[in-house]
Every structure is written in structure tokens, then in C-alpha cells.
Design a protein around this ligand. Sequence first.
Ligand SMILES: C[S@@+](CC[C@H](N)C(=O)[O-])C[C@H]1O[C@@H](n2cnc3c(N)ncnc32)[C@H](O)[C@@H]1O
Length: 207
Amino acid sequence: MSASNVKTHWEKVYTTKATDQVSWYRPHLEISLSLIERAAAGLLASIIDVGGGESTLVDDLLARGHQNITVLDISQTAFDVTKKRLKELAARVNWITADVTKANLAPSAYDVWHDRAVFHFLTSIEQRTAYVNTVRHAVKQGGHVIVGTFGPEGPTKCSGLDVMRYDAESLHDQFGTRFRLVESLKELHHTPFSTTQQFLYCYCRIE
Ligand SMILES: C[S@@+](CC[C@H](N)C(=O)[O-])C[C@H]1O[C@@H](n2cnc3c(N)ncnc32)[C@H](O)[C@@H]1O
């Protein structure tokens, strides 16, 4: 799928579906929150949520007092919805509307990189290489990278798009030896449609 088609796809999703009527919706991203709390050295840590969409992660990070939050997503529609929900708090967040595989992020800008359910959409080696190069460029040495994808028993499609499935070893392999695997964990996500999806999270430190 071309980059412009990817954007068109996600704008259509967020124009036609309510926040809590998409398969990936959870009221709170509990695993992400607990890993970010472990990774972030304090409330001034620079955190980027890649493909944040309309998720409540940013609400919860703000509520916990985090002061340096960036959310990146390809969909402007998703950001419009999230900003409306956050009201005046939205001004405390840096919003980047971009395709992560083409984003021009500042060097060593982030202490914590978080991605739930974006990397698994990158089905070509070129897209994955571009993503990993962006992580290497944008995350500080000693920073942390949290990536959640579908697990080995997860679905083969999401939002009508093909996805990759990973176990801890194959996901870690995508990033390479500079990324030290601190922990991996699986989650059985209950969708709003009473189905389940297996997720796999890798939590790494860049050395
Ligand atoms: C399955 S949703 C997950 C949303 C959120 N992370 C969550 O867990 O609730 C995937 C998100 O990634 C965004 N996305 C997909 N491809 C992207 C890309 N190449 N660059 C940036 N964002 C992308 C979509 O717009 C969407 O918000």
C-alpha cells in the first residue's frame, strides 16, 4: 500500500468509527502505562507515543503528571478527536501528524518510545528498516523502546489490513543488538466486540 493510501485508510477509519468501536480500543492501555512508568526516569522524561490515534494513553500520562509528551500519528482526524476530548490539556502535548516511516524527528529527542499496534502494519522490509532507523535516530542512548504487536497467535489482519505477527525473539530481531531486551510480555486483549486478540510487547533499552 502506498503512503498516501495508508493515510487515506486511517482517515476513513477515524471518520467513520467511534473511539470505542475499533478492535484495538481499551479504556486504558494498562500494560503500556506500566512499562512507560518503569522506563521514564521521572515526569520530565520525553515520551513519544507513535500511532497514538485516539487512544487514552495521552490522557492517562497527563493525569499522572508527565510534562513532555509527544503523540505522532498519520491521521489528523484521530488527533482532532483526541484534542477535543482533552480540551485545554491538549495544548500541553506535542502533536506530530506524519507517517512514522518518513517522519523527520529531531535527533536523540526521546527517552521513551512507545508504539502499540503500529509496527505490525509494516509488512515490507523497507518500511521496517525505515522505522528502526527512525527509532535509532530519535531515541537517546540509554533510552527505552516499548513496542506492542500482535503475538504469534494474534490475528493476521487488523482494520482490514495485513499485519505481521511476532514472538519476543522475532520482534527483538527486527531491532538488533543495540536494543537490549529488558522484558517481553503477552496480553489477551478483549475487543469491544467480545473477541480476543493476543498482543506481544517488547520492552528494550538502547545501549
Ligand atoms: C491499530 S491503531 C492503534 C492505536 C493506538 N496505538 C492504540 O493502541 O489504541 C494503529 C494506529 O497507527 C496509526 N498508523 C498506522 N500506520 C501509521 C504510520 N505509517 N505512521 C504513523 N501512524 C500510523 C493509525 O492512524 C492508528 O491510529
